[in-house]
Ligand binder design. Structure first.
Ligand code: SF4
Ligand code: SF4
Length: 194
C-alpha cells in the first residue's frame, strides 16, 4: 500500500515536472534526459528509423563493440545529411516481409524489438519523442547538435526549415542564433559561404 502511494506520488511529481517545463535552446541536457524517462523501450521508432550518431556516439559504440571506428562505419552505419551536416546513423534494413517499410528497421534492433547496443546507443536514441514534449525535444537536439552559428550552411538550412513551417523553440530564431544583423544577412545571401 505504502509503495503504491509513493509510486503514485512520484508519477504526480513527474506529471508536474512535464507540465511545468518549457523547453528552450538553453534547457540543459540533464533536463531533456529526465523528460525522456518515459520511453517504454518498445522498439517502435527503431522499426522505422535509427538515431543520428554524433562523433562521441561513434567513439563510444566502437569501443563498446571492440572494433575500430572505420569498421563500425563500414559494417553497421550509413551516411546521412541533416541541415547540411554530414553524419552517420545505424543502417536501416529493409526486410522482405515489408513490415518495416518504407524506411527499414535499425540494424541494432533484435527480433524481440530490443536494442542490441542499449548501453552504448547514440544520444539521440536516448531522447524520447513519445511525450507531449517530443517535438520540442527533437528541435532542441537539432539546435544544440546540428545547427551551428559558425557553420553558415546550417543557418541557411535552418532558415529554409523555418520558412517551410518547421517548429521552433525559444532561442532558435535566426536573430537569436546570429544577433549580428549584417552577418546574418550576408549568410542568407550567400556572401559568406563557409
Ligand atoms: S521513444 Fe517511444 S516509440 Fe521509441 S522506443 Fe521509446 S516508447 Fe517506443
Ligand atoms: S541504436 Fe538502438 S535505440 Fe537507437 S534506433 Fe537502433 S535499436 Fe533503436
Amino acid at each position: 500500500m505504502k509503495l503504491r502511494k509513493v509510486t503514485e506520488e512520484m508519477k504526480e511529481g513527474m506529471n508536474d515536472f512535464h507540465d511545468y517545463i518549457n523547453i528552450s535552446i538553453h534547457t540543459p541536457l540533464e533536463t531533456i534526459k529526465k523528460l525522456s524517462e518515459n520511453c517504454k523501450k518498445c522498439g517502435h521508432c527503431c522499426s522505422y528509423g535509427s538515431g543520428l550518431m554524433l562523433k562521441d556516439d561513434i567513439k563510444k559504440l566502437a569501443s563498446f563493440l571492440k572494433i575500430s571506428e572505420d569498421k563500425l562505419k563500414k559494417k553497421y552505419l550509413e551516411p546521412v545529411t541533416r541541415f547540411g551536416v554530414s553524419l552517420f546513423r545505424p543502417k536501416l534494413i529493409k526486410t522482405k516481409d515489408k513490415e518495416h517499410l518504407p524506411y527499414g528497421r535499425c540494424i541494432f534492433l533484435t527480433e524481440n524489438k530490443e536494442c542490441k547496443i542499449q548501453k552504448a546507443k547514440p544520444l539521440q536514441c536516448k531522447l524520447t519523442t513519445c511525450n507531449k514534449h517530443g517535438t520540442d525535444i527533437g528541435v532542441w537536439f537539432n539546435l544544440n547538435y546540428l545547427i551551428d552559428p559558425k557553420n553558415p550552411e546550417t543557418i541557411r538550412q535552418w532558415d529554409l526549415y523555418l520558412k517551410s513551417g518547421g517548429r521552433n523553440i525559444p532561442g532558435g530564431k535566426l536573430n537569436e542564433l546570429i544577433p549580428d544583423e549584417k552577418r546574418l544577412e550576408k549568410i542568407l545571401n550567400y556572401n559568406i559561404i563557409r
